[in-house]
Write a new protein. Sequence first.
Length: 273
Amino acid sequence: MNQLAEGQVDDWRKAIGRLEERTEKLGTEQLRRFALAVGSDFAVEETAPPLSHWAFFLPSPEDGSIDVDGHPRRGGFLPDITLPRRMFAASSMEFHAPLELEVDARLVSRIADVSHKRGRSGDLVFVEVERTIEQGGAVRVRERQSFVYRGEGEPAPLPDALPAPLVGELWMPGAVNLFRFSAATFNGHRIHYDLPYARDVERYPALVVHGPFTATKLAALAMREGPLARFSFRAMAPLFLGQPIYLRAAGDCAAEAVRCDGVVAMRAEFARG
């Protein structure tokens, strides 16, 4: 098991405080594609889909700036962390006011922290990014995203389904659903659509369901009783194409996505507005 060289993490921590600003008009059709990809109402002018701010300010690397895994090449705004695997691990959001369509908005991103842990699976480096979306001089959405970088690790086994169905609403996305979500969010990570890569390079047993896709489903579950003021989630285990996923409440203000083997793959907590 390779360990990070002394001083590497200190170099990456120099990125803390780095800022990036972007401005764009929040397009109605862009949000409509996102809504359809997550199974929400296409009439986005009337009802915004869950976590609708994710439809905007998408990554836009040029062809020559894409790494072998389909992510933007290392470096740039995020620190140039050398561990080969990277994932969107968690997020915490606050919704202050609805976003207005066909109006300019400004996104300010700031690297809030870079930390290192060493566990049974090897080195883990966490990068925390604060994101603020403003319109008309007022903050509409605040979000703190957590990305994790790790080594190659051991191959992930395909979960064995329990003999009886679990409690919860059944969700079983297909390959087209994964592709549409990748397209709507301009996510090029190959583990979601390229089976030979997912299996032979990143050593997953099947295509991987996007963490953010699962988060939108849990947010939709939470929104049935009213709009959200806060929403957070943490990915805990991978979900795979072709296997049932169960979405269910986990208390008054929590929800979870459970794999067919009974493992909680994602937990979310929320507060309604």
